[in-house]
Design a protein around this ligand. Structure first.
Ligand SMILES: O=P(O)(O)OC[C@H]1O[C@@H](O)[C@H](O)[C@@H](O)[C@@H]1O
Length: 455
């Protein structure tokens, strides 16, 4: 019989659990009903099992997977303060075949819980899953890694980054590594720049408590976009097993610096003012409830990086993400260098070819110069597109399936988490020193007018 995993969610009464984790679990169980999962919730609220089961059922139903609740072997809730050893021992009793502890709590609480866990006997094979942000800087991430290393082996620590579970990120693997025609042009010799951007129409959505201290750089670039960049730029791994895959992506991060080591010129930041997004009026960021204007939090950030190795030296990697923008748009745009020489007689501009992956709905476009119009000597642009499969599981479901299977391929490794902070720490320092102006853009626009255009 298949091993049964006990999924213990710490912070079970929180928003992350009901909004993201449980719907993802519902989808996973609906797809793979053979899985054997016992679901345990633990949190500060005085809930009983029935209340918890109701929350689980409703969360499953919100994703259309109400029936998946039948696939849960058992679902119980315990009130607990997870920073206390006695409470941890109580909720970890009877771990079944394998225990997966998911910390759906703020980083400071997760860190205190890890300290308390040091005095608890952790069952063999237990997996610990932690949400971002992982630390607040490189030193903090290193400290948290040290604490975790005292508890379980690294391969059992899952630093969650749902962008690694996104189908588009995974689609890059097939396109890059299963096509000789692409593999042979995937380097600085042929590629001029790579843009990875995630523009959102969403504003603050009541998350001031977290976001006002994080900002767009930490919320999106330090974590998600650097991971996507690592997949785009990695050396071909021999296999997609955890060790090969994560060695290759981490090597990219180790070689990455902000452009010319000059964060003041390689980064930009801005904050939205009042405007309208998709017919909805949004107040200025600083007027959102819970925002402290003195924190100077950016809602749009851009950092240009370079990957200093033989394959990529000299290529611009431009990472950008922001909120309350005019269009929901996430994409990876690979711009190739221009042709060395276009024969005299072919008329018109011939910009470099472009390969564009849109980050949901998953689609890929190749933009080429052609001369197929009325005038056979005039160049035009043609686009060849393909819809890519979205994957049966949404990003969180993909990540969760790795956690339940104790397969860490799509989890961020400890050294990679530290490297990501090492890359952005100088940017944060430069911003704190006031070296980069905090620009403004009206909500619903595409960002400050004077920022460089996007490809
Ligand atoms: O579009 P998705 O998959 O929800 O991912 C974007 C979200 O990712 C989260 O990790 C960020 O905290 C959010 O601010 C962001 O909106």
């Amino acid at each position: 019989m298949a091993a049964e995993t006990t999924l213990l969610i710490l912070g079970a009464t929180g928003d992350l659990t009901s909004r993201l984790l449980l719907p993802a679990l519902g989808q996973l169980l609906a797809r793979e009903p053979h899985r054997r999962v016992r679901l345990r919730g633990a949190g500060m609220e005085d809930w009983d099992d029935e209340h918890w089961r109701q929350v689980v059922r409703e969360s499953f139903a919100s994703g259309g997977f109400e029936k998946a609740f039948d696939a849960v072997d058992e679902s119980t809730y315990q009130q607990a303060d997870i920073t206390r050893k006695e409470d941890l021992e109580r909720i970890m009793a009877d771990p079944g075949d394998r225990l997966a502890m998911y910390f759906a709590v703020p980083p400071a609480v997760a860190a205190s819980a890890c300290d308390a866990l040091a005095d608890v006997k952790i069952p063999e094979g237990t997996v610990l899953a932690l949400e971002k942000p992982f630390g607040v800087d490189q030193a903090g991430a290193r400290d948290l890694n040290d604490r975790l290393a005292r508890l379980v082996p690294e391969s059992q620590v899952f630093r969650v980054d749902h962008f690694l579970g996104r189908s588009t990120t995974l689609n890059v693997l097939g396109v890059r590594f299963a096509n000789r025609v692409i593999a042979s042009v995937w380097s600085a010799q042929e590629i001029e720049s790579v843009v990875i951007r995630y523009d959102e129409t969403l504003g603050l959505e009541g998350r001031a408590g977290y976001y006002d201290h994080a900002g767009a750089l930490v919320d999106m670039i330090q974590s998600h976009l650097l991971q996507v960049m690592a997949v785009v730029a990695m050396e071909p791994p021999a296999t997609l097993h955890e060790r090969d895959f994560r060695d290759a992506t981490t090597a990219v991060l180790r070689a990455t610096r902000v452009w010319e080591d000059d964060p003041a010129t390689a980064s930009r930041r801005a904050r939205y003012t009042a405007g309208e997004v998709a017919g909805r009026a949004l107040p200025s960021y600083v007027d959102e409830p819970g925002v402290d204007p003195a924190l100077d939090t950016e809602t749009l950030a851009e950092v240009v990086c370079e990957v200093r190795n033989e394959r990529w030296a000299g290529v611009l990697f431009r990472l950008r993400s922001g909120k309350a923008l005019g269009g929901k748009d996430g994409e990876i745009v690979v711009t190739f260098r221009k042709a060395n020489h276009v024969p005299d007689g072919l008329v018109g501009p011939a910009p470099g070819s472009v390969l564009r992956f849109s980050l949901g709905p998953d689609h890929m476009d190749v933009e080429l110069n052609v001369n197929g119009g009325d005038d056979p000597f005039e160049l035009e642009r043609a686009t060849i597109g393909a819809d890519l499969g979205e994957g049966a599981l949404k990003a969180y479901g993909e990540v969760l399936s790795g956690i339940l299977d104790a397969d860490a391929t799509l989890a961020v490794r400890g050294d990679a988490a530290e490297e990501s902070w090492r890359i952005v720490d100088p940017v944060l320092a430069s911003w704190r020193a006031g070296e980069v102006p905090l620009d403004e853009y009206p909500a619903g626009s595409l960002g400050p007018d004077h920022w460089p255009a996007l490809p």
